[in-house]
Design a protein around this ligand. Structure first.
Ligand code: ADP
Length: 401
């Protein structure tokens, strides 16, 4: 079964064609500068087929972008399928499902209406996701489509974890609560962890650390998300590449008054100029920070230390929340690649049964147990694969499983 996975942004669209049952990727790529001029990238995964790298293709709207994807996939010389009929369904990444969606769903007009109602919760992302779905429906009529939400996995959190201590009407009337994000990634790595450990998800207490440019940590108890570090928006939790993470809201009043900033100016600073970039003044990229730190840049070193400390504290908090932890998972750009950060985060957690194996930890980008054989808590490196998770959910829904 071939599933086309679409992740639509306002002026870009990422795609992958996968067979989730076989676990194979047939092609992937990217449409950029939609509505401006249009650049098209196509990477077939079959030997001998030609790659297209940011070639000019006119894309006034997302519809032309999807059409370009289809043209490339079925191209006589460099395509990977014979015709569009070989695409069984499309899985769309949708950022916000609010409280309406606790799992992936087949897209109907009712579903679209509800996704539209979630726009105020994700004003930048949901409209782009909706545009992507509409464009696909136009270009691929009759092909079943599925929406996979970043928030859905976290809908199992109990009220004590998702409520903010604000006047209750903000929750009741305005739906202000913790939603959490990266749900597709946390769900995927939690399922892989169970498979790696040879256990059922119901038997495991896991802490999933998705550490990338955006970072979040999730407590997964018995296969269900019971707490997560991102909140009403992805600004919450850990310090990130450019986002501040959690902070004392009193700082906003102090800084805004002092520098006559509007709330939009302030949010721009918190989203784009803070995090490890803000502290280091060097970069939002952890590789740059690691090298700058080694060259003696104290602020760069401090920013990484703050990040690692934040991760460590949340691991402790979530172990306490679940009354224990069987395995800690590292995933995403930093989690999959930074040997030194994984070691720094896990060091000092020996008291709770975490013992790393330095040699086993010297690995990048592939599934591995990186804790010592006698570590009570297993530490796992699991590369995330949100597209495969989307394709798996889509295949399950269209085949009625
Ligand atoms: P996102 O999907 O949130 O944009 P990624 O999961 O791709 O982010 O992670 C990007 C981050 O991963 C970057 O900050 C990058 O520096 C970091 N990263 C990638 N490779 C390494 C590495 N070898 N060591 C440390 N950090 C790395």
């Amino acid at each position: 079964m071939n599933i086309l996975v679409i992740n639509a942004g306002s002026s870009s669209l990422k795609y992958q064609l996968l067979d989730p049952q076989a676990g194979t990727l047939l092609a992937k790529g990217l449409c950029e500068r939609i509505g401006i001029d249009g650049k098209f990238t196509y990477k077939p995964q079959i030997a001998g087929k030609k790659v297209l790298d940011a070639v000019d293709v006119a894309m006034p709207t997302h519809s032309e972008a999807i059409q370009a994807v289809l043209n490339a996939l079925v191209d006589q010389d460099n395509g990977v399928i014979g015709s569009m009929k070989e695409i069984d369904a499309v899985g769309h990444r949708v950022v916000h499902g609010g409280e309406a969606f606790n799992k992936s769903v087949l897209i109907t007009e009712d579903v679209m209406k509800t996704v539209e109602e979630c726009i105020p919760l994700a004003p930048l992302h949901n409209p782009a996701n909706i545009t992507g779905i509409r464009a696909c429906q136009k270009v691929m009529p009759g092909v079943p489509m599925v929406a996979v939400f970043d928030t859905a996995f976290h809908q199992t959190m109990p009220a004590k974890a998702y409520m903010y201590a604000l006047p209750y009407e903000y929750y009741e009337k305005d739906k202000v609560r913790r939603y959490g994000f990266h749900g597709t990634s946390h769900k995927y790595v939690a399922a892989r962890a169970a498979a790696m450990l040879g256990k059922k998800p119901e038997e495991l207490k896991l802490i999933s650390c998705h550490l990338g440019n955006g970072s979040s940590i999730t407590a997964v108890d018995g296969g269900k998300s019971v707490d997560t570090s991102m909140g009403f928006t992805p600004l919450a939790g850990l310090p990130m590449g450019t986002r501040s993470g959690d902070l004392d809201a009193g700082i906003l009043q102090y800084v805004m008054n002092k520098y006559s900033l509007s709330i939009n100016d302030m949010l721009d600073i918190l989203n784009k100029k803070s995090g490890v970039l803000g502290v280091s003044g060097v970069s939002s990229d952890f590789r740059d920070l690691e090298s700058a730190g080694k060259e003696g840049n104290d602020r760069a070193a401090l920013s990484v230390e703050m990040f690692n400390y934040g991760v460590k504290k949340l691991i402790g908090a979530y172990a306490a929340a679940m009354g224990g932890v069987d395995a800690i998972i590292f995933t995403a750009g930093v989690g999959e690649n930074s040997v030194s950060q994984r070691l720094a985060i896990a060091s000092g957690l020996e008291f709770m049964g975490v013992k790393m194996d330095a040699a086993a930890n010297d690995v990048r980008g592939k599934e591995a147990v990186i804790s010592a054989a006698d570590s009570k808590v297993k530490v796992l490196l699991i590369p995330t694969n949100e597209e495969l998770m989307i394709a798996m959910d889509t295949a399950a829904l269209v085949s009625g499983k």
